[in-house]
Design a protein around this ligand. Structure first.
Ligand code: ADP
Length: 511
């Protein structure tokens, strides 16, 4: 696009492209609710709305010792979890790296690696003699160690302890896995190695976050992940999961945890206001047209969106609008910029809402002048400048403090959009469960005055400055301040490990 030297038109367009107004958020929430309902009524919709066969949530009194294995993102984790029965637990864990070769090679190689990691953990880390409720009952004695698998990819679950892999996400693409039972793939690997480990439960990390938060807080209605990917789970009335009609679960009624797989919102229907940058990310991703919502929101993609925007400013014509037209190998590299870079540039903002003058759009037009800024703001800009120089590999002098202000502004635009959209997903759960209505509509019908626990996990929500605050802003816009005020968003620390242990316990109890 043509622009004058200040780049006003370019910056204005970026702001317009990445800003989501209240009306759009409301429209998206309505669309999200519709997708929820479609997913609950039939299989093969964007939103998988997977029945998990978890029919109750813990209250904190549960006890036992279990192994948990977590595969789902950047690391593989093996842990030993001791549930103490008083809302507390002890956990020992070890992380193992999953190489790109394993992610895209044969499934048997990947699952052999998982079994080897558990084996290594048992020899080097495990501290406890393994007991579990079934071993105490005569006749059912077993030397097996019971393990819960947290598997954070879409799975069509058929029982607490089995489920078919539907598709890979988040950069995985191992062959001969989709369509197979993930518990069997893992158990076969244990058996090949003659290990006395029995995988009894399969749980998604988002369900794990819900269960673990419920255990620690004595109750919870939803779990959500904002890490490498994004997803949510919540407690639904079985009568509303109409695709279960005719099944034993439907006969039984009551409640069941639903794993929404909300990262797939927008896959085949176009609801989200999409920028050319989003289209580029999607086109060059390993799963074009899949996990569309996740690509607007999660840690795996935000840094890449920012990188694309920065590069477009470096390349702008008739004159560059960033870094004097210079770039670096990292800035040029696909996925070269991690989302933690954005966090680092935004850190300067924390607790200082008054000093925003350098970071708002008018300041980025031609009138940006260092002399006019307060010393505090200049100091922040210099901190950001240092982060940029160091992280992207620039030389001192390549990055001006105006560049720093621009980068910080882009990061906040992209992150704010992600946090507002995350609020849409959480608001949808509140409305679907009748804890809330869309702001301005009639009052909620259930649980007035009740605390609404939401267990969250993931580096984005844990570390990104203001992510939680903006998510709440979004909730306030969508369901009103009264309900928003009752929503308790709490970190489900170690959610996947504790969740898997709780699920393994449930599986043994119902065996
Ligand atoms: P996972 O979801 O794989 O279990 P995490 O919750 O740690 O693991 O999420 C990892 C993702 O979070 C990566 O995509 C990374 O880019 C992003 N990330 C890591 N550190 C930060 C940070 N400080 N701020 C924001 N995002 C981060």
């Amino acid at each position: 696009a043509l622009h004058n030297d200040s780049g006003k038109a370019v910056f204005d367009l970026l702001e317009q492209q990445f800003t989501i107004g209240e009306d759009v958020l409301v429209g998206l929430t309505k669309a999200f609710l519709e997708e929820f309902k479609l997913g609950l009524s039939e299989y093969n919709h964007d939103m998988a709305m997977i029945p998990t066969f978890v029919t109750g949530v813990p209250d904190g009194t549960e006890t036992g010792t279990f192994l948990a294995l977590d595969l789902g993102g950047t690391n593989l984790r093996v842990c030993e979890v001791v549930l103490n029965g008083d809302k507390t637990f002890n956990l020992v864990q070890q992380k193992y790296r999953v190489s790109e070769t394993l992610k895209s090679g044969e499934a048997t190689a990947l699952f052999d690696y998982l079994a080897d990691s558990v084996d290594a953990f048992l020899t080097t880390h495990a501290t406890t003699e393994y007991t579990s409720p079934t071993e105490e009952s005569p006749g059912a004695a077993s030397a097996d160690v019971h393990l819960g698998l947290t598997f954070s990819f879409p799975v069509e679950q058929t029982a607490l302890g089995s489920g078919k892999i539907l598709t890979w996400t988040k950069g995985f693409s191992a062959k001969n896995a989709v369509g197979h039972d993930v518990v069997k793939l893992l158990q076969d690997a244990f058996d090949r190695k003659h290990m006395h480990v029995k995988c009894v439960a399969l749980v998604n990390d988002t369900v794990g976050a819900l269960l673990s938060r419920a255990y620690q807080a004595g109750g919870c209605i939803a779990g959500a992940i904002f890490g490498t990917g994004t997803n949510g789970a919540y407690i639904e009335q079985v009568s509303k999961i109409t695709k279960l009609k005719g099944s034993a679960a439907a006969e039984k009624g009551g409640e069941m945890v639903i794993n929404t797989e909300w990262g797939a919102f927008n896959n085949s229907r176009s609801h989200l206001p999409t920028t050319p940058f989003d289209n580029a990310i999607d086109r060059l991703s390993i799963n074009p047209k899949y996990q569309a919502f996740e690509k607007f929101i999660s840690g795996m993609y935000l840094g890449e969106i920012v990188r694309n925007v920065l590069v477009s400013l470096v390349d702008a014509t008739p004159s560059s609008l960033l870094f004097g037209g210079k770039s670096t190998p990292l800035l040029n590299k696909h996925y070269g910029l991690d989302t933690s870079f954005m966090s680092a540039t935004e850190e300067a903002w924390i607790g200082d809402d008054n000093d925003q003058e350098a970071f708002v759009l008018p300041a980025l037009h031609e009138e940006f002048k260092e002399e006019a800024l307060s010393p505090k703001v200049v100091k922040k800009l210099k901190d950001i400048q240092a982060v940029i120089v160091k992280t992207l590999g620039f030389k001192d002098g390549d990055v001006t403090i105006k560049d720093a202000a621009i980068v910080r502004w882009i990061c906040s635009l992209v992150a704010k959009r992600a946090a507002l959209l995350s609020g849409v997903a959480v608001a949808t759960v509140l409305i679907q469960t009748e804890q809330a209505t869309m702001k301005g509509e009639r009052q909620p019908t259930r649980g007035l005055n009740q605390r609404l626990g939401v267990g969250v996990d993931g580096s984005l929500v844990e570390h990104y400055p203001n992510f939680g605050k903006i998510l709440r802003e979004s909730l306030r816009l969508l369901v009103g301040a009264e309900v928003e005020g009752r929503v308790e968003i709490g970190l489900a620390k170690d959610g996947s490990g504790v969740g898997a242990a709780l699920c393994a316990l449930m599986a043994l109890k119902t065996q």
